[in-house]
Unconditional design. Structure first.
Length: 209
């Protein structure tokens, strides 16, 4: 079994120590960092994402896999940056203003990073202005907004309106998610898509980028 396959399988087991040591070994043998990322870490997280989607595993297993992923990613990210190899794209994410819930948003961030995207996580209680400013300054094509409270959902619409006012709707795509959010709501406010879970959000971002 080749080493990148072993990295993928160790990640799926949530074995961060093995992922770290195998990644170091792969780098010592001059494997390309991008190969380790794509065929090891991303491949492993893709399996985890699919198993999570069909309810074979649950949030604790995803978080263990994510911790293992970071054990490898932390070693290869500086090498990718130094070699000028770009991420698949940049995504700004955050929980909207007035809402402090971030478990779902954090999971989406983990899965996006595992899929090879650069994630700019603004945290929670994020204003429309902060979303748009961060996307513009980081040249991100996607803004991902999360809400768990129905009272904070209108902030998503305000963010889309701000993109419209600043003439950025064609350059920056807004996607929304969270327990009270629906596809109908996304359509009403002019968001380009609704992600009903972490895996669907990643698939939407891949399609848009």
């Amino acid at each position: 079994m080749d080493i990148v396959t072993r990295i993928s399988e160790a990640l799926q087991r949530g074995d961060q120590d093995t992922v770290a040591s195998l990644t170091a070994e792969a780098l010592e043998h001059d494997l390309e960092p991008r190969m380790i990322l794509d065929d090891g870490l991303i491949a492993g997280m893709d399996v985890i994402g699919e198993r999570f989607r069909i309810h074979e595993i649950f949030l604790p297993e995803v978080l263990l896999a994510a911790r293992a992923m970071y054990a490898g990613l932390d070693q290869i990210e500086p090498l990718l940056a130094a070699s000028g190899i770009p991420a698949r794209g940049k995504v700004v994410i955050g929980t909207v203003q007035g809402d402090l819930h971030d478990i779902g948003k954090n999971l989406v961030g983990i899965m996006l990073r595992g899929a090879g995207f650069e994630v700019i996580d603004l945290g929670n209680d994020v204003s429309p202005e902060a979303f748009v400013t961060a996307a513009r300054e980081n040249e991100a094509r996607i803004i991902g907004m999360s809400a768990l409270l129905t009272t904070t959902m209108p902030v998503m619409g305000e963010t889309v309106e701000r993109l419209e006012r600043e003439g950025l709707r064609d350059e920056i795509h807004a996607i929304v998610g969270g327990a009270p959010v629906s596809e109908d709501f996304a359509s009403q406010i002019g968001a380009v898509a609704y992600g009903f879970d972490g895996l669907s959000a990643v698939e939407i971002v891949k399609r848009l980028v």
